[in-house]
Design a protein around this ligand. Structure first.
Ligand code: UGA
Length: 431
Protein backbone atom coordinates (compact mmCIF):
# COMPACT_ATOMS: atom_id res chain seq x y z
CA UNK A 1 0.00 0.00 0.00
CA UNK A 2 1.18 3.58 -0.55
CA UNK A 3 1.23 5.45 2.72
CA UNK A 4 1.86 9.09 3.49
CA UNK A 5 2.96 10.02 7.00
CA UNK A 6 2.49 13.71 7.78
CA UNK A 7 4.68 14.80 10.70
CA UNK A 8 8.11 13.25 11.22
CA UNK A 9 8.43 13.39 15.00
CA UNK A 10 9.11 10.22 16.94
CA UNK A 11 5.56 8.93 16.35
CA UNK A 12 5.49 9.68 12.63
CA UNK A 13 9.00 8.44 11.91
CA UNK A 14 8.55 5.26 13.93
CA UNK A 15 5.19 4.54 12.31
CA UNK A 16 6.66 5.15 8.87
CA UNK A 17 9.55 2.76 9.42
CA UNK A 18 7.39 0.04 10.90
CA UNK A 19 5.14 0.17 7.83
CA UNK A 20 8.30 -0.09 5.69
CA UNK A 21 9.17 -3.24 7.64
CA UNK A 22 5.74 -4.59 6.70
CA UNK A 23 6.60 -4.07 3.04
CA UNK A 24 4.61 -0.91 2.38
CA UNK A 25 5.81 2.04 0.35
CA UNK A 26 6.01 5.05 2.67
CA UNK A 27 6.52 8.77 2.18
CA UNK A 28 7.35 11.03 5.12
CA UNK A 29 6.28 14.66 4.91
CA UNK A 30 7.05 17.58 7.19
CA UNK A 31 6.78 21.35 7.00
CA UNK A 32 10.21 21.63 8.61
CA UNK A 33 12.86 21.64 5.85
CA UNK A 34 15.69 20.80 8.22
CA UNK A 35 13.96 17.67 9.50
CA UNK A 36 13.29 16.43 5.98
CA UNK A 37 16.85 17.11 4.87
CA UNK A 38 18.23 15.28 7.91
CA UNK A 39 15.96 12.27 7.35
CA UNK A 40 16.82 12.13 3.64
CA UNK A 41 20.47 11.97 4.66
CA UNK A 42 19.73 9.13 7.09
CA UNK A 43 19.90 11.25 10.25
CA UNK A 44 17.31 11.49 12.99
CA UNK A 45 16.55 14.89 14.47
CA UNK A 46 15.77 13.28 17.85
CA UNK A 47 17.21 10.48 19.96
CA UNK A 48 15.37 7.17 19.77
CA UNK A 49 17.25 3.86 20.13
CA UNK A 50 17.24 1.57 17.08
CA UNK A 51 15.47 3.94 14.75
CA UNK A 52 18.45 5.25 12.82
CA UNK A 53 19.49 1.73 11.77
CA UNK A 54 16.00 1.09 10.44
CA UNK A 55 15.98 4.45 8.65
CA UNK A 56 19.24 3.64 6.88
CA UNK A 57 17.93 0.18 5.99
CA UNK A 58 14.80 1.53 4.34
CA UNK A 59 16.56 4.35 2.57
CA UNK A 60 18.55 1.50 0.99
CA UNK A 61 15.47 -0.65 0.23
CA UNK A 62 13.83 2.51 -1.14
CA UNK A 63 10.71 1.70 0.87
CA UNK A 64 10.90 5.15 2.40
CA UNK A 65 11.29 8.60 0.93
CA UNK A 66 10.83 12.06 2.37
CA UNK A 67 9.39 15.17 0.80
CA UNK A 68 8.27 18.71 1.47
CA UNK A 69 5.92 18.70 -1.51
CA UNK A 70 2.53 18.22 0.10
CA UNK A 71 0.55 18.48 -3.13
CA UNK A 72 2.43 15.62 -4.83
CA UNK A 73 2.55 13.58 -1.63
CA UNK A 74 -1.23 13.70 -1.21
CA UNK A 75 -1.82 12.91 -4.85
CA UNK A 76 0.52 9.89 -4.83
CA UNK A 77 -0.65 8.07 -1.69
CA UNK A 78 -3.77 6.10 -0.76
CA UNK A 79 -3.63 6.25 3.03
CA UNK A 80 -2.62 9.43 4.84
CA UNK A 81 -1.57 9.30 8.50
CA UNK A 82 -1.73 12.56 10.44
CA UNK A 83 1.08 12.37 13.02
CA UNK A 84 1.57 16.05 13.82
CA UNK A 85 1.81 17.51 17.32
CA UNK A 86 -1.20 18.49 19.39
CA UNK A 87 0.44 20.67 22.05
CA UNK A 88 -1.33 21.84 25.17
CA UNK A 89 -3.30 24.99 24.39
CA UNK A 90 -3.53 27.88 26.85
CA UNK A 91 -6.75 26.56 28.39
CA UNK A 92 -5.39 23.00 28.78
CA UNK A 93 -7.20 21.73 25.69
CA UNK A 94 -5.24 20.07 22.89
CA UNK A 95 -4.30 22.64 20.25
CA UNK A 96 -5.49 21.19 16.92
CA UNK A 97 -4.02 23.88 14.67
CA UNK A 98 -1.53 21.51 12.99
CA UNK A 99 -4.14 18.79 12.50
CA UNK A 100 -6.48 21.35 10.92
CA UNK A 101 -3.74 22.60 8.57
CA UNK A 102 -3.05 19.06 7.37
CA UNK A 103 -6.76 18.26 6.94
CA UNK A 104 -7.26 21.41 4.88
CA UNK A 105 -4.26 20.60 2.68
CA UNK A 106 -5.63 17.11 2.09
CA UNK A 107 -9.00 18.59 1.11
CA UNK A 108 -7.34 21.06 -1.21
CA UNK A 109 -5.08 18.62 -3.04
CA UNK A 110 -6.93 15.28 -3.10
CA UNK A 111 -8.23 14.21 -6.47
CA UNK A 112 -9.40 10.69 -5.62
CA UNK A 113 -10.56 8.62 -2.63
CA UNK A 114 -8.25 8.66 0.42
CA UNK A 115 -8.28 7.05 3.83
CA UNK A 116 -7.27 9.77 6.31
CA UNK A 117 -6.01 8.42 9.62
CA UNK A 118 -5.43 10.44 12.79
CA UNK A 119 -2.57 9.03 14.84
CA UNK A 120 -1.93 12.29 16.66
CA UNK A 121 -3.50 12.33 20.14
CA UNK A 122 -6.74 14.22 19.60
CA UNK A 123 -9.81 14.81 21.75
CA UNK A 124 -12.92 12.79 21.21
CA UNK A 125 -14.92 14.28 18.34
CA UNK A 126 -11.86 15.31 16.31
CA UNK A 127 -12.54 12.81 13.48
CA UNK A 128 -15.77 14.72 12.82
CA UNK A 129 -13.85 17.99 12.78
CA UNK A 130 -11.26 16.53 10.39
CA UNK A 131 -14.11 15.47 8.10
CA UNK A 132 -15.49 19.03 8.14
CA UNK A 133 -12.05 20.61 7.58
CA UNK A 134 -11.30 18.35 4.61
CA UNK A 135 -14.73 18.99 3.06
CA UNK A 136 -14.52 22.74 3.57
CA UNK A 137 -11.19 22.86 1.70
CA UNK A 138 -12.35 20.74 -1.24
CA UNK A 139 -12.89 22.51 -4.54
CA UNK A 140 -14.71 19.52 -5.98
CA UNK A 141 -16.47 16.64 -4.25
CA UNK A 142 -14.06 13.73 -3.76
CA UNK A 143 -14.91 10.88 -1.39
CA UNK A 144 -12.76 10.07 1.64
CA UNK A 145 -13.00 8.38 5.03
CA UNK A 146 -11.55 9.42 8.36
CA UNK A 147 -10.20 6.82 10.79
CA UNK A 148 -8.93 7.22 14.33
CA UNK A 149 -5.94 4.94 14.97
CA UNK A 150 -4.19 6.13 18.14
CA UNK A 151 -0.61 5.19 18.96
CA UNK A 152 0.62 3.78 22.24
CA UNK A 153 4.39 4.09 21.75
CA UNK A 154 6.62 5.19 24.58
CA UNK A 155 9.54 7.47 23.80
CA UNK A 156 12.75 5.57 24.36
CA UNK A 157 11.18 2.27 23.31
CA UNK A 158 9.09 3.53 20.41
CA UNK A 159 10.34 0.98 17.93
CA UNK A 160 9.79 -2.02 20.20
CA UNK A 161 6.31 -0.77 21.12
CA UNK A 162 5.37 -0.19 17.50
CA UNK A 163 6.57 -3.62 16.41
CA UNK A 164 4.98 -5.40 19.39
CA UNK A 165 1.77 -3.55 20.20
CA UNK A 166 -0.55 -4.90 22.92
CA UNK A 167 -3.47 -3.94 20.71
CA UNK A 168 -4.36 -1.91 17.66
CA UNK A 169 -7.36 0.39 17.86
CA UNK A 170 -9.27 1.25 14.69
CA UNK A 171 -12.09 3.76 14.96
CA UNK A 172 -14.20 4.18 11.86
CA UNK A 173 -17.76 3.93 10.66
CA UNK A 174 -16.73 3.10 7.08
CA UNK A 175 -16.49 -0.55 6.02
CA UNK A 176 -14.14 0.38 3.17
CA UNK A 177 -11.74 2.19 5.50
CA UNK A 178 -11.98 -0.62 8.07
CA UNK A 179 -10.89 -3.16 5.47
CA UNK A 180 -7.99 -0.94 4.39
CA UNK A 181 -6.81 -0.62 7.98
CA UNK A 182 -7.15 -4.39 8.50
CA UNK A 183 -4.99 -4.99 5.45
CA UNK A 184 -2.44 -2.48 6.63
CA UNK A 185 -2.06 -4.24 9.99
CA UNK A 186 -2.48 -7.82 8.72
CA UNK A 187 1.00 -8.91 9.84
CA UNK A 188 0.45 -7.93 13.48
CA UNK A 189 -0.55 -10.72 15.84
CA UNK A 190 -2.13 -8.61 18.60
CA UNK A 191 -5.87 -8.07 19.23
CA UNK A 192 -7.54 -5.41 17.11
CA UNK A 193 -10.22 -3.27 18.73
CA UNK A 194 -12.70 -1.98 16.17
CA UNK A 195 -14.97 0.81 17.22
CA UNK A 196 -16.20 4.21 16.15
CA UNK A 197 -13.83 7.22 15.99
CA UNK A 198 -15.12 8.85 19.19
CA UNK A 199 -14.52 5.76 21.31
CA UNK A 200 -11.15 5.22 19.67
CA UNK A 201 -10.09 8.77 20.52
CA UNK A 202 -11.31 8.27 24.08
CA UNK A 203 -9.34 5.00 24.42
CA UNK A 204 -6.09 6.91 23.88
CA UNK A 205 -6.82 9.49 26.59
CA UNK A 206 -8.21 6.87 28.94
CA UNK A 207 -5.07 4.72 28.56
CA UNK A 208 -2.66 7.57 29.27
CA UNK A 209 -4.80 8.87 32.13
CA UNK A 210 -5.08 5.43 33.70
CA UNK A 211 -1.29 4.97 33.57
CA UNK A 212 -0.80 8.43 35.08
CA UNK A 213 -3.27 7.44 37.79
CA UNK A 214 -1.21 4.34 38.62
CA UNK A 215 1.88 6.52 39.01
CA UNK A 216 0.14 9.08 41.21
CA UNK A 217 -1.36 6.26 43.29
CA UNK A 218 2.03 4.72 43.99
CA UNK A 219 3.68 8.10 44.58
CA UNK A 220 1.11 9.15 47.16
CA UNK A 221 1.28 5.74 48.81
CA UNK A 222 5.06 6.13 48.89
CA UNK A 223 4.67 9.20 51.10
CA UNK A 224 2.71 7.15 53.62
CA UNK A 225 5.24 4.32 53.34
CA UNK A 226 8.05 6.83 53.94
CA UNK A 227 6.37 7.95 57.16
CA UNK A 228 5.98 4.32 58.26
CA UNK A 229 9.44 3.24 57.03
CA UNK A 230 7.98 0.72 54.60
CA UNK A 231 9.78 -0.08 51.34
CA UNK A 232 7.52 1.10 48.48
CA UNK A 233 9.42 -1.06 45.95
CA UNK A 234 8.35 -4.18 47.86
CA UNK A 235 4.78 -2.90 47.98
CA UNK A 236 4.82 -2.26 44.19
CA UNK A 237 6.15 -5.75 43.60
CA UNK A 238 3.64 -7.31 45.99
CA UNK A 239 0.62 -5.67 44.40
CA UNK A 240 1.95 -5.78 40.82
CA UNK A 241 2.11 -9.56 40.83
CA UNK A 242 -1.68 -9.59 41.08
CA UNK A 243 -2.52 -9.91 37.39
CA UNK A 244 -5.57 -7.70 37.88
CA UNK A 245 -3.20 -4.86 38.86
CA UNK A 246 -0.09 -5.65 36.79
CA UNK A 247 3.53 -4.68 37.54
CA UNK A 248 3.90 -1.71 35.20
CA UNK A 249 3.77 2.00 36.01
CA UNK A 250 4.07 1.33 39.73
CA UNK A 251 7.55 2.78 40.15
CA UNK A 252 7.50 5.54 42.72
CA UNK A 253 9.56 8.59 41.84
CA UNK A 254 9.46 12.34 41.37
CA UNK A 255 6.19 12.35 39.45
CA UNK A 256 5.44 11.79 35.80
CA UNK A 257 6.59 14.18 33.08
CA UNK A 258 7.06 14.17 29.32
CA UNK A 259 5.10 15.41 26.38
CA UNK A 260 2.14 13.09 26.88
CA UNK A 261 0.80 12.39 30.37
CA UNK A 262 0.69 16.00 31.67
CA UNK A 263 -0.87 17.22 28.42
CA UNK A 264 -3.29 14.36 27.90
CA UNK A 265 -4.61 14.16 31.46
CA UNK A 266 -5.32 17.89 31.30
CA UNK A 267 -7.00 17.60 27.92
CA UNK A 268 -9.29 14.85 29.21
CA UNK A 269 -10.13 16.99 32.23
CA UNK A 270 -11.02 19.81 29.85
CA UNK A 271 -13.30 17.50 27.87
CA UNK A 272 -14.89 16.36 31.13
CA UNK A 273 -15.37 19.92 32.34
CA UNK A 274 -16.88 21.01 29.05
CA UNK A 275 -19.26 18.04 29.20
CA UNK A 276 -20.32 18.81 32.78
CA UNK A 277 -19.02 15.47 34.08
CA UNK A 278 -16.05 16.11 36.35
CA UNK A 279 -13.41 13.39 36.58
CA UNK A 280 -12.49 13.88 40.21
CA UNK A 281 -10.01 11.01 40.35
CA UNK A 282 -8.03 12.58 37.52
CA UNK A 283 -8.08 15.97 39.22
CA UNK A 284 -6.37 14.31 42.16
CA UNK A 285 -3.91 12.55 39.85
CA UNK A 286 -2.73 15.96 38.63
CA UNK A 287 -2.56 17.37 42.14
CA UNK A 288 -0.60 14.41 43.54
CA UNK A 289 1.82 14.71 40.64
CA UNK A 290 2.41 18.41 41.31
CA UNK A 291 2.97 17.68 45.02
CA UNK A 292 5.40 14.84 44.38
CA UNK A 293 8.24 17.03 43.16
CA UNK A 294 7.75 19.35 46.16
CA UNK A 295 7.83 16.31 48.40
CA UNK A 296 11.17 15.30 46.93
CA UNK A 297 12.59 18.83 47.25
CA UNK A 298 11.64 18.80 50.93
CA UNK A 299 13.43 15.49 51.34
CA UNK A 300 16.54 17.00 49.76
CA UNK A 301 16.32 19.99 52.10
CA UNK A 302 15.83 17.85 55.18
CA UNK A 303 18.72 15.58 54.24
CA UNK A 304 21.03 18.58 53.82
CA UNK A 305 20.14 20.23 57.12
CA UNK A 306 17.14 22.34 56.10
CA UNK A 307 18.92 25.06 54.12
CA UNK A 308 20.23 24.80 50.56
CA UNK A 309 21.83 28.24 50.40
CA UNK A 310 25.21 27.95 48.67
CA UNK A 311 25.04 24.18 48.64
CA UNK A 312 26.40 22.71 45.40
CA UNK A 313 24.20 19.97 44.04
CA UNK A 314 24.95 17.54 41.21
CA UNK A 315 21.82 16.72 39.23
CA UNK A 316 22.18 13.53 37.19
CA UNK A 317 19.66 13.27 34.37
CA UNK A 318 17.80 16.00 32.50
CA UNK A 319 15.61 13.95 30.14
CA UNK A 320 12.09 13.26 31.42
CA UNK A 321 12.98 9.57 31.41
CA UNK A 322 15.79 7.31 30.20
CA UNK A 323 16.57 6.63 26.52
CA UNK A 324 15.23 9.89 25.19
CA UNK A 325 16.56 13.41 24.67
CA UNK A 326 13.13 14.88 25.40
CA UNK A 327 13.05 17.42 28.22
CA UNK A 328 9.43 18.49 27.84
CA UNK A 329 7.81 18.68 31.30
CA UNK A 330 10.89 17.00 32.72
CA UNK A 331 10.66 16.70 36.51
CA UNK A 332 14.41 17.12 36.55
CA UNK A 333 14.25 20.65 35.13
CA UNK A 334 11.36 21.43 37.44
CA UNK A 335 13.52 20.33 40.37
CA UNK A 336 16.49 22.40 39.15
CA UNK A 337 14.30 25.51 39.04
CA UNK A 338 13.21 24.95 42.62
CA UNK A 339 16.72 24.17 43.86
CA UNK A 340 17.94 27.44 42.34
CA UNK A 341 15.08 29.29 44.07
CA UNK A 342 16.44 27.79 47.29
CA UNK A 343 19.82 29.44 46.48
CA UNK A 344 21.59 26.19 45.57
CA UNK A 345 24.30 26.00 42.89
CA UNK A 346 23.63 23.31 40.28
CA UNK A 347 26.01 21.10 38.31
CA UNK A 348 24.09 19.06 35.73
CA UNK A 349 24.73 16.02 33.57
CA UNK A 350 22.85 13.93 31.06
CA UNK A 351 24.26 11.24 28.75
CA UNK A 352 22.25 12.53 25.77
CA UNK A 353 20.59 15.89 26.51
CA UNK A 354 22.92 18.81 25.93
CA UNK A 355 21.23 22.06 26.87
CA UNK A 356 22.16 24.72 24.34
CA UNK A 357 21.00 27.44 26.69
CA UNK A 358 21.19 26.21 30.31
CA UNK A 359 18.73 27.92 32.64
CA UNK A 360 19.68 30.23 35.53
CA UNK A 361 22.99 31.53 34.10
CA UNK A 362 25.87 31.26 36.56
CA UNK A 363 23.90 29.18 39.09
CA UNK A 364 23.61 26.24 36.77
CA UNK A 365 26.28 24.55 34.62
CA UNK A 366 26.27 21.41 32.53
CA UNK A 367 29.29 19.06 32.48
CA UNK A 368 30.38 16.36 30.05
CA UNK A 369 31.17 13.63 32.55
CA UNK A 370 29.68 12.40 35.79
CA UNK A 371 33.08 12.78 37.48
CA UNK A 372 33.27 16.51 36.65
CA UNK A 373 29.63 16.95 37.65
CA UNK A 374 29.93 15.42 41.11
CA UNK A 375 33.30 16.98 42.00
CA UNK A 376 33.13 19.26 45.06
CA UNK A 377 29.39 18.87 45.47
CA UNK A 378 27.37 18.50 48.67
CA UNK A 379 24.91 16.03 47.20
CA UNK A 380 24.11 13.97 44.13
CA UNK A 381 20.47 13.99 43.03
CA UNK A 382 19.43 11.21 40.64
CA UNK A 383 16.62 12.36 38.38
CA UNK A 384 16.62 10.14 35.28
CA UNK A 385 17.00 6.38 35.38
CA UNK A 386 19.65 6.09 32.65
CA UNK A 387 21.51 2.74 32.66
CA UNK A 388 24.76 4.68 32.94
CA UNK A 389 23.69 5.89 36.39
CA UNK A 390 22.81 2.38 37.52
CA UNK A 391 26.44 1.36 37.09
CA UNK A 392 28.19 4.28 38.77
CA UNK A 393 31.35 3.68 40.76
CA UNK A 394 30.15 5.21 44.02
CA UNK A 395 33.47 4.68 45.78
CA UNK A 396 35.20 6.99 43.28
CA UNK A 397 32.30 9.43 43.36
CA UNK A 398 32.52 9.68 47.15
CA UNK A 399 36.17 10.66 46.94
CA UNK A 400 35.29 13.47 44.51
CA UNK A 401 32.43 14.92 46.56
CA UNK A 402 32.57 17.44 49.40
CA UNK A 403 29.84 15.62 51.33
CA UNK A 404 28.55 12.07 50.74
CA UNK A 405 24.82 12.59 50.17
CA UNK A 406 22.71 10.73 47.60
CA UNK A 407 19.14 11.81 46.90
CA UNK A 408 17.54 9.23 44.70
CA UNK A 409 14.43 10.43 42.88
CA UNK A 410 14.13 7.13 41.00
CA UNK A 411 14.92 4.54 43.69
CA UNK A 412 17.62 3.22 41.37
CA UNK A 413 20.58 2.92 43.72
CA UNK A 414 21.23 -0.04 46.02
CA UNK A 415 20.75 1.70 49.38
CA UNK A 416 22.62 -0.97 51.38
CA UNK A 417 25.65 -0.82 49.10
CA UNK A 418 26.08 2.95 49.12
CA UNK A 419 25.43 3.19 52.87
CA UNK A 420 28.16 0.61 53.39
CA UNK A 421 30.47 3.00 51.51
CA UNK A 422 29.58 5.77 53.97
CA UNK A 423 26.93 7.67 51.97
CA UNK A 424 23.82 9.21 53.51
CA UNK A 425 21.08 7.89 51.22
CA UNK A 426 17.54 9.19 50.77
CA UNK A 427 15.13 7.73 48.22
CA UNK A 428 11.36 7.70 47.85
CA UNK A 429 10.32 5.27 50.58
CA UNK A 430 13.29 3.12 49.57
CA UNK A 431 14.27 1.16 52.69
C1 UGA B 1 3.31 7.61 27.24
C2 UGA B 1 2.58 6.26 27.19
O1 UGA B 1 3.23 5.32 28.05
C3 UGA B 1 2.53 5.71 25.77
O2 UGA B 1 1.76 4.51 25.73
C4 UGA B 1 1.88 6.76 24.86
O3 UGA B 1 1.83 6.33 23.52
C5 UGA B 1 2.68 8.05 24.94
O4 UGA B 1 2.70 8.51 26.31
C6 UGA B 1 1.99 9.07 24.07
O5 UGA B 1 0.85 9.41 24.35
O6 UGA B 1 2.57 9.46 23.05
P1 UGA B 1 5.88 8.40 27.27
O7 UGA B 1 5.34 9.73 27.63
O8 UGA B 1 6.86 8.29 26.15
O9 UGA B 1 4.66 7.39 26.88
O10 UGA B 1 6.60 7.79 28.54
P2 UGA B 1 6.22 6.79 29.72
O11 UGA B 1 7.15 5.66 29.69
O12 UGA B 1 4.79 6.47 29.74
O13 UGA B 1 6.56 7.68 31.00
C7 UGA B 1 5.83 8.86 31.32
C8 UGA B 1 6.31 9.42 32.65
O14 UGA B 1 5.93 8.56 33.73
C9 UGA B 1 7.82 9.57 32.76
O15 UGA B 1 8.12 10.76 33.43
C10 UGA B 1 8.23 8.37 33.58
O16 UGA B 1 9.45 8.56 34.25
C11 UGA B 1 7.07 8.29 34.55
N1 UGA B 1 6.88 6.96 35.15
C12 UGA B 1 6.59 5.89 34.38
C13 UGA B 1 6.97 6.83 36.54
O17 UGA B 1 7.22 7.79 37.27
N2 UGA B 1 6.75 5.59 37.08
C14 UGA B 1 6.47 4.51 36.34
O18 UGA B 1 6.28 3.40 36.91
C15 UGA B 1 6.38 4.65 34.94
Amino acid sequence: MKILIVGTGYVGTTTALVFCEMGHQVTGLDVDDQKIEALQAGNLHFYEPGLKELLLKHIQTENISFTKNIKEAIKNNDVIFICVGTPRGEDGRADLTYVKNVAESIGKYMKEYKVIVTKSTVPTGTAELVTEWVKSAQEELVLFDVVSNPEFLREGSALYDALHPDRIVIGTTSEKARLTMRELYQDFQCPIVETNPKASEMIKYAANSFLAMKISFINELARLCDRLAININDVSKGIGLDHRIGPHFLKAGMGYGGSCFPKDVNALLQTAGASGIPLTILEQVVQVNAEQSLYFINKIKQALGGDLTNKTIAVLGLAFKANTDDIRESQSLNLINRLVQEQAMIKMHDPVVKLADPPHGPFCRQFQTVAETVSDTDAVVLCTDWDEYKQLDWMTIKRLMKQPYILDGRNMVDKGKVEALGFHYTGIANY
